[in-house]
Design a protein around this ligand. Structure first.
Ligand SMILES: Cc1cc2nc3c(=O)[nH]c(=O)nc-3n(C[C@H](O)[C@H](O)[C@H](O)COP(=O)(O)OP(=O)(O)OC[C@H]3O[C@@H](n4cnc5c(N)ncnc54)[C@H](O)[C@@H]3O)c2cc1C
Ligand SMILES: *[C@@H]1O[C@H](CO)[C@@H](O)[C@H](O)[C@H]1NC(C)=O
Ligand SMILES: *[C@@H]1O[C@H](CO)[C@@H](O)[C@H](O)[C@H]1NC(C)=O
Ligand SMILES: *[C@@H]1O[C@H](CO)[C@@H](O)[C@H](O)[C@H]1NC(C)=O
Ligand SMILES: *[C@@H]1O[C@H](CO)[C@@H](O)[C@H](O)[C@H]1NC(C)=O
Ligand SMILES: *[C@@H]1O[C@H](CO)[C@@H](O)[C@H](O)[C@H]1NC(C)=O
Length: 459
């Protein structure tokens, strides 16, 4: 199999030199009430220097009340990202305390919680030693794009998309590429690329920002087994910095939001290709069957290496029964060929008594090393057994590595366990649930992934 060569990255940095008023250096950043915090007049003067683009920010529930938004809008990622204070998952906007500061959809009062106070520019933040947080879409799984008493740099308006057939860096042609602003979501870019008969290595969510947090958290795709991660592929970042920092490697999966503000990023494009999506549900009636099912899945996980398939697998269930939903993407295979790729796995799960249904073709986590899958993978089954026994409601697995990704680094897949709560649950009960989750669920994944030195999923 031919792989594209490893790319070199360039970072074009605009360093913002500070030459304004005296810098108030604080060990902790200035917050309202601190002597170094900007006055109302400072904010107003600053607003004038940026043509009135300083925004006051409120939590999304408050913004929705002001906009009289519908339930459908409230739940839409696409609508939510038009609200500057909004996180995709609005628990990140809350400060569960103690004491709690909440702003809930149907609550009677609204506190600012962990929502930034203003949105605008990096230089002002440096001069006044403010907490800064950068946000593109607000999808962050770790809540890193919102912070209490901070100044938000909101890149949602950086919407440029430019395709080229020859992207040159220092006179070297890197072939066809697209340069995308950090306010552009994946779906917008897919649609734009398709109009040019082109593809790029992107993820699944419509509004996740490829030039925002996605690539900084490595950026996995159903096509990563064939083409590598977004971080392996990215050619260039244009970045605004407050200080010079060595960014060469940091931005390629080194964790988002800590290095500078990405204005845009450039990715190679590929000619468009045909894909078959194979979906199937597997139902079990007992916890023993679920254990066997997941061990069997682990046993078969290398079945698709030769064709470089990507797979998302999602187990929902309880102590009594479960449903495993598998979506597998095969490049350049037709429906029959895709089904035959799945047949050995599905025959084995049928033999253990699970029910195969609807085969068709059309947030603590641990990275699971490939060795877990090469040694007898019974530990995978018992890990899922333990998770469901602890009332974890769903376990999401991503086979978006191996292949080209494994050539670059030895990490093979990620497993994410989730528990949900209703927004009517008290802040104290939410805190208790979070602590219990950390104490009981995380160790199960940690043990599966090889102990305390294992890594966790940021994307
Ligand atoms: C439903 C859903 C599906 C997902 N699917 C995938 C997937 O298929 N593949 C995958 O790899 N990941 C996936 N993710 C994870 C996603 O890539 C990460 O959450 C990513 O951090 C989101 O980046 P963002 O910029 O859109 O979000 P934000 O919350 O806006 O930002 C995330 C992080 O990036 C920083 N950041 C944002 N913009 C900039 C910028 N311009 N300059 C510097 N730092 C910036 C923020 O400070 C924050 O730390 C998914 C997430 C969700 C919620
Ligand atoms: C900044 O100025 C604009 C234009 O005058 C105004 O609409 C906006 O409310 C100001 N922002 C803040 C935070 O006061
Ligand atoms: C808020 O109230 C509306 C109408 O009473 C209801 O339909 C909706 O489910 C509630 N939303 C939440 C998040 O509780
Ligand atoms: C976006 O594209 C326009 C038109 O080409 C250009 O004038 C502008 O500078 C670009 N903006 C950014 C942030 O690159
Ligand atoms: C996709 O499949 C169709 C139908 O089999 C075929 O005509 C077309 O050439 C294929 N396209 C590519 C890019 O392989
Ligand atoms: C699965 O178990 C739950 C209880 O945990 C029960 O409500 C549900 O009906 C069961 N589903 C099937 C298909 O047996």
């Amino acid at each position: 199999m031919m792989f594209p060569p490893l790319r070199f990255l360039t970072v074009n940095a605009i360093v913002v030199f500070i030459c304004g008023p005296t810098i108030v250096h604080a060990w902790c950043r200035n917050q309202p009430g601190d002597p170094g915090y900007p006055s109302v007049a400072d904010w107003s003067t600053f607003n004038d220097t940026i043509s009135g683009r300083l925004l006051s920010i409120v939590p999304s529930a408050e913004a929705c009340r002001e906009l009289s938004c519908t339930e459908a809008q409230w739940k839409s990622g696409i609508f939510r990202q038009t609200i500057p204070g909004s996180m995709n998952a609005y628990n990140w906007e809350q400060d569960y305390g103690p004491p709690p500061q909440l702003c809930l959809r149907n609550g009677s009062d609204c506190a600012q919680g962990n929502v930034p106070l203003f949105a605008a520019g990096i230089r002002f933040a440096q001069v006044h030693s403010l907490r800064v947080v950068i946000k593109s879409s607000g999808h962050d799984y770790l809540g890193r794009s919102t912070a209490k008493n901070s100044l938000l740099l909101w890149t949602a308006f950086l919407k440029n998309i430019t395709f080229t057939d020859q992207f040159s860096i220092a006179g070297v042609d890197h072939g066809p590429a697209v340069t995308v602003g950090s306010g552009v979501g994946l779906k917008t870019l897919y649609v734009a690329a398709k109009a040019q008969d082109k593809m790029f290595i992107g993820g699944t969510a419509a509004t996740v920002s490829p030039a925002g947090g996605y690539t900084q958290g490595a950026g996995h795709s159903a096509f990563s087994p064939l083409y590598g991660l977004a971080a392996d592929n990215v050619l260039q970042f244009n970045v605004v910095l407050a200080d010079w920092l060595p960014l060469f490697w940091a931005m390629r999966g080194g964790g988002a939001g800590s290095w500078g503000v990405i204005i845009d990023a450039t990715f190679p494009t590929l000619p468009i290709f045909n894909v078959t999506l194979h979906t199937v549900n597997v139902l079990t009636a007992t916890l023993d069957q679920t254990d066997c099912l997941m061990a069997t899945h682990a046993m078969h996980i290398n079945d698709w290496d030769d064709v470089g398939a990507g797979q998302y697998f999602y187990l929902t269930g309880s102590k009594s029964n479960s449903t495993l939903v598998l979506s597998t993407l095969f490049k350049d295979l037709d429906g029959e060929a895709s089904k035959s790729q799945m047949s050995s796995f599905l025959a084995d799960v049928t033999a253990l008594g699970a029910v195969v249904q609807g085969e068709s073709t059309v947030t603590t986590s641990r990275l699971v090393p490939s060795t877990v899958y090469t040694h007898p993978p019974k530990s995978v089954g018992s890990a899922y057994r333990q998770l469901l026994s602890q009332d974890v409601q769903s376990v999401l697995g991503h086979l978006v590595a191996g292949g080209r990704v494994a050539v670059n680094a030895k990490i093979d897949s990620a497993v994410i366990a989730t528990k949900r709560w209703d927004s009517t649950l008290s802040a104290e009960a939410v805190q208790a649930l979070r602590l219990d989750f950390t104490a009981t669920v995380r160790p199960v994944l940690e043990e599966l992934a090889g102990g305390a030195s294992s890594g966790s999923y940021s994307n």
